[in-house]
Design a binder for this molecule. Structure first.
Ligand code: HAM
Length: 440
């Protein structure tokens, strides 16, 4: 009986080996930059109680209303959800483990998030974020620091121009007054509202500002602006942030309509946007969420953070021709079976002792066909343990890439097994130094 083929769930992607090096390169650089600013890793579960997100992100948001993978645990009746984001989880973990007891924290995380959105380029149902949360810091200096961190990351990644849009949502009180003004304004123009906006009018009028409906753009443009409702403290926070960004040389523009899709924000909100990804051009979003800790049952403490959409940044890197380290190993070891295999095995282990990545040819094949595999593996060097070499306790080493006659092992050379690790390491170090030198 032929069984039906099973495919991955729509909007959820396999990361195949050809693509993985690019992800690894991105992740390594992101972690480097996060560590350069004192961030430490936190890992939270992928499944949380549904109430965490309903309360944390907000009942009247797209995410909670229609994008969550929520289910009832068949075994104990608990209402659970695959995390659509990680800020609520990190704050929950901080409360649960009293992480702020010893002072404020800078935390980073990465991993899959789940939202039941309509899949398209740059938008998936399982996607990945690298994010950071700074908890216990109230001042705009940390908002600025995170933005500077992100600018550094974009520069390190060389992903080309990304613009920063910034807004301040003020305090809860200020938002309440702005909200009342918005409701009054939209009620006065009720005939111009679409169904979505009408539904949101009383529950979450701020989100109407986010509408993509072309027919409502003018209406939204004329709507009361939060900036006109900010009190002295909120204005000072926003102004200081701008001063710090200017001093750090980070260009930005203020977008008074930037409201973000999650309800926990106050004061600073921002997005980094590129024009090179079509409709899904936001590669990172973040801001301050001072009310969240208390909202989730903890002692009040300020917080701010961001999350980067990994798939989107990866696409920019791919377009820039970046591929990551696509080689399988540094050295490919060939042998002629029988006794030579044992000598080759020892040679491979000694190379691994020297810290090298090594593939030892598995199974028996002609040296010619092993050489083809060695070439395809991306290795710089082949180590050949033939009958003669094995008998003499030696191995032949040969460069696999065209690097000129002067390059180490440009000509095949025999090396005693006892010296193999050192000789091969030195050769690889010389090759990578010559790679790093411009014009060679
Ligand atoms: P967010 O704006 O919902 O914020 O998501 C952050 C980023 O994740 C987006 O800018 C986008 O690049 C990426 N992203 C979101 N949804 C998808 C999707 N369906 N497919 C592909 N990429 C996607 C948050 O999640 C907040 N937790 C950020 C934050 C942290 N705010 C404070 N701290």
């Amino acid at each position: 009986m032929k069984r039906e083929k099973l495919a991955a769930v729509r909007g959820m992607n396999d990361l195949l080996p050809a693509e993985a090096p690019l992800w690894e390169a991105f992740e390594a650089r992101a972690i480097d930059v996060l560590r350069a600013y004192g961030y430490r890793q936190i890992r939270t579960p992928i499944v949380e109680h549904t109430a965490l997100f309903a309360r944390g992100i907000g009942e009247v948001t797209d995410i909670v209303e229609k994008e969550m993978y929520s289910f009832v645990d068949q075994l104990n009746g608990e209402h659970l959800t695959l995390r659509p984001e990680a800020t609520a989880s990190v704050v929950r973990a901080c409360i649960e483990h009293n992480l702020l007891y010893e002072g404020p924290r800078r935390l980073w995380y990465m991993g899959p998030m789940f939202r039941h959105e309509r899949p398209q380029r740059g938008r998936y149902r399982q996607f990945h974020q690298v994010g950071a949360e700074a908890l216990g810091f109230a001042g705009p200096d940390v908002d600025a620091e995170q933005i500077v961190l992100l600018k550094r990351l974009w520069d390190v990644l060389e992903i080309g121009p990304v613009r920063l849009e910034l807004n301040s949502l003020g305090s809860g009180e200020e938002r309440a007054r702005h909200r009342a003004a918005l409701i009054a304004y939209f009620e006065a123009h009720a005939d111009q509202l679409d169904a979505d906006a009408r539904r949101r009018l009383h529950a979450n009028p701020l989100r109407i500002l986010d509408t993509k409906n072309p027919a409502m753009q003018e209406l939204v443009r004329q709507a009361p602006r939060i900036a006109d409702y900010l009190g002295a403290e909120s204005r000072a926070h926003f102004e200081r942030l701008q001063e710090l960004l200017a001093a750090a040389g980070v260009p930005y523009s203020i977008n008074p309509r930037l409201v973000r899709g999650l309800d926990y924000y106050n004061l600073t909100v921002y997005e980094w946007i590129t024009d090179r990804l079509g409709a899904q051009g936001t590669i990172c979003g973040g801001g301050r969420y001072d009310p969240l800790m208390e909202l989730l049952g903890g002692k009040s403490a300020p917080g701010c953070g961001f999350a980067i959409g990994v798939e989107r940044v990866i696409e920019l890197l791919r377009e820039a021709g970046e591929r990551g380290d696509t080689s399988d190993c540094d050295v490919y070891v060939l042998h002629q079976g029988g006794g030579t295999y044992l000598a080759a095995l020892r040679a491979a282990e000694s190379l691994r002792d020297a810290g090298l990545d090594v593939i030892l040819h598995a199974g028996e094949a002609s040296l010619k066909s092993q050489m083809k595999r060695a070439d395809a593996s991306g290795a710089e060097l082949a180590v050949i343990v033939g009958e003669t070499e094995a008998a003499e306790g030696k191995a032949a080493v040969k460069g696999l890439r065209a690097r000129g006659a002067e390059a180490p092992f440009a000509q095949q050379r025999v090396v005693p097994l006892a010296e193999l690790g050192e000789a091969v390491s030195a050769a690889l170090a010389a090759m990578s130094a010559s790679n790093a030198q411009p014009g060679t």
